[in-house]
Design a protein around this ligand. Structure first.
Ligand SMILES: Nc1nc2c(ncn2[C@@H]2O[C@H](COP(=O)(O)OP(=O)(O)O)[C@@H](O)[C@H]2O)c(=O)[nH]1
Ligand SMILES: [Mg+2]
Length: 443
């Protein structure tokens, strides 16, 4: 997306001077700056302006405080983007107008400090967080992980039993603002690790930010005592070692409990488990018609670690809040990053979305073409599917509505796209709310 930013001043004797740049090895040539300056000088009106020029594979957006030219001469703040990032423009231009005004009213070091602060927002580093999946063998830990983080369809996970996991295995996933480590503790070893006197060189609880205990719904009848004991031991470890990690319980494979029994089954579990886990207890399944619940639950888990996930979720819910029968889903390649729907929206089968996308990708491969947009008109719904420009590449958005027209759906998409630009600058604040940084520094 953004390649770099420079703050330049035109010196009448020396020509263009670079006052500040970000990243610190970022280069803009004299020739490029000259062309930008010439473009600014076309209009004789002395109002602050943004110009946009395209040179080779790059786009330069330049803010010039022209009101100050009579006193200070020409100064410019230039943002350089890849040529294919046009969707970001409106958002960045608006930001530039605000920031530019503020920046050029300051002088010297203050101005440079402000520039660095603004520029660095485009290059946020990812934070490392770790989730531990823990639970007896064959309860579905690896399946949940593969489905949610790797976008492997449920059908193939259900048809082909996975190799059992041995020991402690950690996988790393890129997840918005997170570099997320997901550790999968094999069932066989869990009992050892929950036993305080057990000594080992590996410590599965070392610097975990979230612990996810998973049990199999069908074990409850015969093994509820053991399940409660596991949960109690994990709670004890969390407190006695001062891990400060979030704790979640997934009662998984709910599809194996007959539908007519599910409500009383859920109630029984709720009242048997310690009160402190009740708000973090979820009933899940990878069966395709129950995927929405699993995805929602995983979103809650990740939301406690990732400020950006929270913000994005807020944006999605806000955008659709006044609408009816509408849902929005954001995908990254094969994975569903986030979804939100209005309460009256009919629950859809997410596995159909997965297969829809994978056939789309196959078709595009045939044409060696990149995906941009698709509209689908059913007699009861409209669907808008398009790529969306954001932090990383390959994000797509799907909007489905039983009430809104194509035009309205594409306006909703634009408004989400627009809010995403501001996400970068605002999500820092929310990490304070979550106390994640405090937590890490106390570790
Ligand atoms: N019916 C049903 N089977 C599941 C579900 N999730 C996983 N499984 C199956 O349970 C078995 C064990 O899953 P796995 O992920 O290997 O469990 P792990 O040992 O906890 O990692 C596999 O055969 C999966 O296909 C589910 O939600 N419902
Ligand atoms: Mg496993």
């Amino acid at each position: 997306m953004v390649i770099g930013l420079v703050l330049t001043h035109w010196d009448t004797q020396l020509g263009p001077l670079i006052m500040a740049r970000y990243p610190n090895n970022f280069q803009v040539s004299k020739d490029e700056i000259n062309k930008i300056l010439m473009t600014h000088s076309i209009s004789k009106e002395m109002t602050n302006e943004i110009v946009e020029i395209r040179l080779k594979e790059k786009i330069f957006l330049s803010y010039c405080p022209k009101k100050q030219i009579p006193v200070n001469g020409y100064s410019m703040m230039i943002i350089v983007l890849h040529l294919n990032e046009e969707l970001l423009f409106d958002g960045i231009k608006n930001q530039l107008n605000e920031i530019g005004e503020n920046l050029f009213n300051r002088s010297g070091n203050e101005q440079i400090k402000e520039f660095h602060q603004y520029a660095s927002k485009f290059f946020q580093k990812k934070s490392s967080r770790k989730i531990l999946f823990i639970g007896s063998s064959a309860v579905g830990k690896t399946s949940i992980k593969k489905l949610f983080f790797e976008g492997i369809p449920s059908e193939s996970l259900l048809d082909l039993p996975l190799e059992p996991t041995y020991g402690l295995v950690q996988f790393n996933y890129d997840w918005l603002d997170l570099d997320l480590g997901v550790a999968d503790l094999a069932g066989q070893e869990m009992d050892h690790f929950l036993n305080e006197s057990f000594e080992s060189e590996i410590d599965p609880f070392d610097s975990v930010d979230a612990i996810l205990y998973i049990f199999d719904s069908t074990y409850w009848d015969t093994n509820s005592r053991e399940i409660v004991q596991h949960i109690q031991k994990i709670l004890d470890i969390n407190t006695s070692r001062d891990l400060k990690s979030q704790f979640f319980v997934f009662c998984h494979k709910l599809d194996l409990i007959p539908t007519y029994d599910q409500q009383s089954f859920k109630n029984e579990i709720k009242y048997t488990l310690p009160a402190s886990v009740q708000s973090n207890l979820f009933f899940t399944s990878i069966k395709s018609d129950m995927l929405h619940q699993l995805i929602r639950s995983m979103q809650v888990v990740i939301g406690t670690l990732s400020p950006q996930t929270n913000y994005l979720e807020e944006i999605l819910f806000e955008t659709i809040s006044e609408k009816r029968n509408t849902a929005v889903i954001i995908l990254n390649e094969k994975r569903i990053l986030l979804s939100a729907s209005t309460e009256d929206f009919k629950i859809i089968n997410y596995s159909h979305i997965f297969s829809f996308i994978s056939s789309m990708n196959l078709l595009l491969d045939d044409f060696k073409s990149e995906f941009t947009q698709l509209q689908l008109k059913g007699n009861r719904f409209n669907l808008h599917f398009s790529s969306i420009e954001w932090l990383s590449e390959g994000e797509c958005i799907i909007l489905i509505s039983e009430c809104l027209s194509f035009k309205e759906l594409s306006l909703l998409k634009e408004s989400i796209q627009y809010s995403l630009i501001y996400l970068e600058t605002s999500y820092e604040k929310s990490s304070d709310n979550l106390n994640i940084d405090q937590k890490n520094s106390s570790k």
